[in-house]
Every structure is written in structure tokens, then in C-alpha cells.
Design a protein around this ligand. Structure first.
Ligand code: 48F
Length: 259
């Protein structure tokens, strides 16, 4: 085996995929459960999807389960989605199902990639691209290592027809929009309202209503949806994240049809 051939294989194949990702239908910030589920359902229907993940690993907050006990809980509707990903679940009490968080995230990620989603880790979304009417038309990216080491290096971009903010509790893309364009999100205040304290039942209920387009060309998924709309967090129950990802895919597909 030749080291230089190995090196060329890695760089050439990555660059080919990365060049292919620069013009996409949907660009998703964040490869936590909601971002990966959104990517899967879109890719399955033949939509071109790119996911950008800041960390070395995918999975966001799902990997660690509840307080590092690597198990997750889902309700009946969430279990049906885990079934679609062939993730094993065990009924704990009526209506409460437990799954292994590592199996869940590995299966969801694998299915998303096999369906055609392109996932790039170690890349952070640091801004959005806008055009006439302040429509969001792309994401601005940099290597996470650049921001972690506070280097002054200019970013690159991907163009998309629809962007999805699936960055979790911090709603990073929406926060950037508010900071740079103004408080013009489709929320009660126009800004990122901030998540409320834990209330699992209410948080899980409201997340589906909150999963929608909040700015022209920008859809929110997962915990970002609740953070942006001022709804409660829900802790280590993950059905809402899965259901939100599925709905975000539907919303994005609808916007693509109109574009
Ligand atoms: O936080 P995260 O898992 O968000 P989620 O999909 O799921 C939330 C649950 O994990 C949990 C919960 C369940 O009740 O409340 O917290 O809504 O995944 C978000 C991912 O986005 C990445 C981050 O590293 C994580 O993997 N991320 C955050 N900001 C950026 C980013 C960014 N600016 N660019 C790229 N990735």
C-alpha cells in the first residue's frame, strides 16, 4: 500500500464531494437528531441535501442520552420513526419506549448517507448568504478548527434553495439572522425568543407547530424550533426531535416546489 495513493484518494474524493455540495437544494446546519432526520427524509425523495456539522462526531445531544446514561426515551409516535430506521426499542411503561442512543444515532446517520445526504463534519456555519428581499440563499462556512483557534481566515460558501437551522438549543443560524438583518423572524417578537425551562409534555407538543419557515428560505428543526419560538425544553425524550426532523423535511420540500 502506497501512502501517497492513500492521501490522494482521500483528498480527491473529499474535494469532488465538497465541490458537488456547493450548489444544493437544501443545506442543513447541524447533524444532531433533527438535522439528520430532516436530511434522510429529503434525500430519500431525491432532494439534494448537504449537512454541515461543527463537531468531529455527529449526533449532537442524542449521543449522550440523559445525563450520560446513553439511553433515550420516545413516545409512541417517536417509536414509529425509530422503527423506520430499524432501531430497536423496548417498552418500559405503556407509551414510553427506550432505545440505545448510540444505535439510534448510528442508524439514522447511516440511513441518511445511504439515501444520498452529504454530511461534512468539522465545518461550522458562521453566517448566511442573502439576496434581494433578504431571502436566505446559502450558508457561510469555515473549518471549526479555524474558529476554535481564533485564526483570522475568511470563509467559503454553499448556495441552497432552502436552509435549515438544526443547531439545537443555541439556534445559531437564526441568531445570526437576527443580529445581522434584524428582529424579523416570524416569531411573536421577531427575535429568537429563547427556550423555556423543562416541561417535557408541552415541549414535545409545541415542537411540531414551531417547526416551520421562520424567515424567507430558512426552516427551523428540533430544539432550535422551540428555542426560536419560546417553547420549553424537554430533556432526554427524543420523539419530538425525530418528528420535527420529519416535518422540517416536508416544509423544505414544499418550499422547493414553490421555488
Ligand atoms: O443539539 P442537537 O442534538 O440538536 P437537535 O437535533 O436535538 C436536540 C437534542 O439533542 C437534545 C434535546 C432533546 O430533547 O433537547 O438537546 O435539535 O444537535 C445540534 C448539532 O448542531 C451542531 C452541534 O455541534 C450539534 O451536533 N452545531 C451547532 N452550531 C453549529 C453546528 C454551527 N454553527 N455550524 C455547524 N454545526
Amino acid at each position: 500500500m502506497d501512502e501517497i495513493t492513500i492521501s490522494r484518494a482521500i483528498v480527491e474524493s473529499y474535494m469532488k464531494d465538497f465541490m458537488g455540495a456547493m450548489e444544493t437544494d437544501v443545506a442543513i446546519a447541524g447533524a444532531g437528531p433533527s438535522g439528520l432526520v430532516t436530511a434522510y427524509y429529503l434525500a430519500k425523495e431525491g432532494t439534494k441535501v448537504v449537512v454541515l456539522e461543527r463537531q468531529l462526531r455527529v449526533g449532537g445531544g442524542m449521543t449522550g442520552g440523559g445525563m450520560m446514561f446513553n439511553r433515550i426515551v420516545v413516545q409512541e409516535e417517536g417509536r414509529r420513526i425509530l422503527d423506520e430506521f430499524d432501531v430497536s426499542t423496548r417498552e418500559y411503561r405503556k407509551g414510553y419506549y427506550v432505545a440505545d442512543s448510540l444505535e439510534a444515532i448510528a442508524a439514522i446517520c447511516s440511513k441518511a448517507i445511504k439515501a444520498g445526504a452529504m454530511i461534512f463534519n468539522l465545518i461550522s456555519v458562521e453566517d448566511v448568504m442573502i439576496r434581494e428581499g433578504d431571502r436566505i440563499t446559502g450558508l457561510v462556512l469555515n473549518w471549526s478548527a479555524v474558529s476554535w483557534s481564533k485564526l483570522h481566515v475568511d470563509p467559503l460558501t454553499v448556495r441552497c434553495k432552502v436552509a435549515v437551522d438544526a443547531t439545537g438549543h443555541d439556534a445559531e443560524v437564526c441568531s445570526i439572522v437576527v443580529k445581522k438583518i434584524g428582529p424579523r423572524l416570524k416569531t411573536q417578537t421577531g427575535g429568537v425568543m429563547g427556550e423555556r425551562s423543562m416541561w417535557a409534555e408541552k415541549g414535545e407538543k409545541e415542537i411540531l407547530r414551531n417547526t416551520r419557515e421562520v424567515y424567507p428560505g430558512l426552516v427551523v428543526a428540533g430544539m432550535t424550533a422551540n428555542a426560536v419560538c419560546g417553547s420549553p425544553r424537554m430533556g432526554a425524550i427524543f420523539g419530538g426531535m425525530l418528528l420535527s426532523g420529519k416535518k422540517a423535511a416536508r416544509v423544505a420540500a414544499g418550499l422547493l416546489e414553490q421555488s
